[in-house]
Design a protein. Sequence first.
Length: 479
Amino acid sequence: MLKRHSLWVGAVTAIMALQALLVLNHRPWIDEWQALQIALQSPDLASLLENLRYEGHPPLWYFYLQGIAAMVPPRTVLATAQLPIALALQALVLLRLQLPKIDRLLLGCGFLILFDFGTLSRGLSLGVLLFTLAWLYRDRRWIWPIVALMPLVDFLFGVLSIIVIAVQWQERRLWTPGLALWLVCSLISAWTVRPAPDIVSSQELDGPLLETFVWMVRLSVLLVPFPVLNGVPTWNNPLPPAIAILIGPLFLLFAYKMLARDRFHLLVFGGFALLTWLFSIFVYPLAIRHLSLMAWLLILLLARANAAGTPPGVPFRPWIAVSAVCGLFAATYNLFVTPFDTADRAAAYIENKSLSDKPWMVFPNSHAQGIAAMQGMRFFEADRSCSQDFLRWNHVPTVRDIATLEPAIDRQSKTHGRLYLITQIAPEEWRHPDRYRLLTHVPAGYDGQTFYLYVVRPDLPESGWRPPNCAPDRLPLQL
């Protein structure tokens, strides 16, 4: 059926249109806002590079956002930045990938391309585009600057750039000037991510055994990309653990079976999978969106084998068909059931009630990120008396759960009077509910972030206290 040109053109056009619709209707979440704020609120290059030393990310994505911000209003920067990336990636998959048309259509509708890489405006999307472009056009010398840029996106893309170079070596296409450029960019990238002396990881490691369990559980979504939490579709979550711990290893077995006929491909994939595991248990627990690069690497390796005359095995098409069903479900769910994130609704409530100039406390410490960006307000943590509009990871939190949160809130309110709180703690969870008056509840979006806004100790008067800045001066974000 797809041999008919009009049907093929219609299918490609429909997928591209759906992708554009998803990008333009996307509601950014915490990490997207954090990147935009760092890019636009850093007063100069030195400040930007200093801020990135608390993030662990090289600067390419932030430079890109700054460039987009020079052309469009800040509120539209994320969508404007993501749209050409998403459409270019879809074009590469649909029109260039060395697989049959039906497989390309399934991949274009798949959860990876349509949603994780195509919809969210993050450096991950830019890195996937550069990686895919370098992979598919590796027979051209002009791709060497693209390979060189990959380490400037993220550490994992630095590793993937090494894989591209290894393939170039196997195909006898290494080019010395290109290698030299890649080495220079890699050194620059390493210099920009030097950890600040007082940096604190946003997540703590729980030991090799538990982190291995978590890593394996998260792999389940690479085989069946239907993230769920407590029975509700929720992005960046695995399948229920009792099922996920069985399906996660199946993904590795599936990848082995698909690649077993090519020792080089098996070595490349196995090495990358091993690195993600080691990184997750010794450095930082990689999220599902990072581990999804394993699935995309697997697909590109199978496409390379197909171009050489070895088609993927029989299970390949059912796998990507399941991903397409899950991708179209996620698209429908976000467009017609719930938006990706609902911080804009919480921000609108604060604006309508003229509460943005109040002393706002937050728990967990990054939960108010989008609200702060949209309202131009700052927030403070329960165990600190200084505020910030985007997080600088230089504070070891002493408040980790509701048991430690309530005494910290008590101390703050005794010192500063009536306060305001943004959290995801429901009214029935408080041990002393009489101290918290609910202002509004905003249900979670697809990212699982729900918002409860409270007045803390409404029986106390407002003192007029406003927390000082925790971090150096930043430019205001005028959305």
